[in-house]
Ligand binder design. Structure first.
Ligand SMILES: C[S@@+](CC[C@H](N)C(=O)[O-])C[C@H]1O[C@@H](n2cnc3c(N)ncnc32)[C@H](O)[C@@H]1O
Length: 250
């Protein structure tokens, strides 16, 4: 049965992503913050999903709020992060009545914004929620990354679930050259239940991001590779972006 993106997947997401080291991502972000003499005390984790990065930031002493559009992903996050503020909202138009030292958005989440103007709106909202001098940190798949995702291979496996069950996942990728959009067909089966979700991504390059960061009013930014902060190459499949808000009086 076909389900909306990030709905049914929520129940098996953590099992399938078990190999992702969110702790390393948290360190990568916080090391950069320390390097630019920022000790963030508060963070907003956008597109927080099931809340794994949110939890890693919290474990490192930050007071964190999570935000995601998917009620199902947030429900899993609520189990993980009891007592943490989690908000259901859209990246393109969210408005909270507070600002943060750090705003994060990881694991290709911004690539889910596929319409013209979507990414610019999201970056403006992100910038509007930063304290003066605050830091925004996110990753994106580049156009090359979205086009060449798994290079025609499928991603398939069995992931152990709590209670001794297993989820069988079979993810295939299709790139629409004309629309320049990549679609992942995610098929998951557990016991005799099967569901399919289609996730569509648009790739963003440095040349797409730079004018949008500028329009969002950010003061400075760095594009780099994970995990060594190296300059991205022209064919880098994924880049990280660190962008600073204007300082008070700046
Ligand atoms: C690949 S998951 C990443 C989740 C989490 N950041 C992680 O690292 O595991 C993408 C997340 O983006 C969320 N998302 C996609 N489009 C969104 C939008 N327009 N507004 C808010 N969240 C969105 C989805 O619900 C999903 O939880």
């Amino acid at each position: 049965m076909q389900r909306p993106p990030f709905s049914a997947l929520a129940s098996v997401y953590d099992a399938i992503m078990a190999d992702i080291d969110y702790g390393d991502w948290a360190e990568f972000i916080l090391d950069y913050a320390r390097d630019v003499s920022l000790q963030p005390a508060t963070a907003l984790d956008l597109a927080c999903g099931t809340g794994t990065l949110t939890a890693e930031l919290q474990a490192r002493g930050l007071s964190v709020m999570g935000l995601d559009a998917s009620a199902e992903m947030l429900e899993v996050a609520r189990e993980r992060l009891r007592g943490t503020r989690l908000v259901q909202a859209d990246l393109r138009d969210f408005a909270l009545d507070e600002r943060f030292d750090l705003v994060t958005c990881v694991f290709d989440s911004l690539n889910n914004l596929t319409e013209d103007g979507d990414l610019g709106r999201a970056l403006s909202r992100m910038a509007a929620h930063l304290n003066p001098g605050g830091l925004m940190a996110f990753d994106v798949n580049t156009r090359t990354g979205v086009r060449d995702l798994w290079e025609g291979e499928v991603m398939e496996g069995l992931a152990p679930m709590p209670g001794g069950r297993e989820v069988h996942y079979h993810w295939s990728h299709h790139y629409d050259q004309r629309a320049q959009l990549g679609t992942v067909q995610a098929v998951c089966r557990m016991d005799d239940q099967e569901f399919i979700e289609l996730h569509t991504e648009r790739g963003y390059d440095v040349a797409d991001l730079e004018p949008l960061l500028h329009s969002a009013g950010l003061a400075s930014w760095l594009f780099c590779e994970y995990p060594d902060y190296a300059d991205p190459l022209p064919d880098s499949p994924r880049i990280w972006v660190f962008a600073r808000a204007v300082q008070d009086g700046g």
